[in-house]
Design a protein. Sequence first.
Length: 545
Amino acid sequence: MYRYDSYDHTIVNERVAQFTDQIQRRLANQLSEEEFLPLRLQNGLYMQRHAYMLRVAVPYGLLSSKQLRMLAHIAQKYDKDYAHFSTRQNLQYNWIKLETAPELFQDLASVEMHGIQTSGNCIRNITTDAFAGVAADELVDPRPLAEILRQWSTFHPEFAYLPRKFKIAINGAQNDRAVVSAHDIGLHVIHNAAGELGVRVLVGGGMGRTPVIGSTVREFLPMAETLNYLEAIMRVYNLHGRRDNKYKARIKILLRALGAKEFTQQVDAEWVAGRSERNLITDTEWQRVSAYFQAPPYRTAIAPVVFPDDAQFKRWYARNTRAHKVSGYRSVVLSLKPHGVAPGDASSAQMRAVADLADQYSFGEIRVTHEQNLVLADVCDKDLYLLWQALKEHQLAMPNVGLLTDLICCPGGDFCSLANAKSLPIAAAIQTRFDDLDYLHDIGDLELNISGCINSCGHHHVGHIGILGVDKDGSEFYQISIGGQQGKDARFGKILGPSFSAEEVPDMIEKIISVYLSQRYENERFVDATERIGIAPFKTALYGA
């Protein structure tokens, strides 16, 4: 994985010193909260309902065991002994005291981590496939490009104060596991017919108040020109993006206002006029950065493994492991969705255990998924049974990945001051209602996503079932949609009708599942059945004829 160079160390250490001074001045009332607000947001520090929340950057979701141990230490020392993994592959602490924040930031910097650009109207964390570099269906490893974009976007002076926050995702596999088409810029790393390396460029995707699937503005862009072309996109956005209305400030609104053709023409003109040799990604630079992501020393000539005749292990193997590009290895998904625990939360003890297991079984590396789980990407087949036994001891072996209770959920109104409604109690109620693993496996693949407000941090738009918290005359209600889907054929769900109270939601989900089970073909997934039969049967079940 990538390690800091001298530039990274310098800018992070200088930022820690700068922010420490700003915090001390705030504590001494030499800075008002209004003056302090933009300064703390530049470092990922939010004020939420009960305390400060810190968002820590995890570039493209990649962690070392050393870093995860430090994150566990911070959770234990500065928070309430847990942390939350988010849908942007970052990590959040919900109970930070301003008095201890300077020491916390120093601890982060000691393992090459920070909260820079995890907030504010800037280019946020670059995200990609959690299985990058190991996926059996991978065409090109997208991590070198993700790292190049991280370096390019960090403290870029021209894009520090954009009209609105800006999100970029990259995919390099046949299947899209990064929700590329729902980002401000989405990049598919590909080869053209001549074998040249490049990217397909999508612009204007996003969820939130106005969900939009991104438009393809360039079918093939040579890799060398990626930074020049992205700078052209950013300049057109910076010039025309709305700053008078934050609800209309995202690039998806600009692209719709200008039209895809006019927008692309302006980008192309800016690309030609502003093209710089210093921004070219040369073959030498690509190889230099790619060297940070070389394959680990895999074992060779691995004999086929005969696993114990253990039904629980077989269920876990089928649900929580993934095909690997190297014969004799699997990638393992660690479910952070055991019943009774907020989705994405991990205790300090669990994080330390995962760090130890990563060292023992997966070359000391951990991945964070946007589904709020963790991944050990390189586990030898012969170690899987032992790993499974160890994971069970730490409540990390729930065999529910891809099932109904593997739900995505934002912190919602329990923590976030922007939320209209609580998300976590709804998640807990659904987990309690559907606590029979046999029934969950009979239902099959089903993605349920919950957002506490229209900002869509829980990605409810692309859930097979999406739940959105809404305010209804001062009370918390929940709107349900079905038919959303992530991946290459991403689409947004359709709202079924009026919202429901919190108490009604589990009953409504059960009714939706009942309709599906009565209508599905053999082995037909929920999302495919809803596409085939439409939403009418589900509306009838929920609202009557």
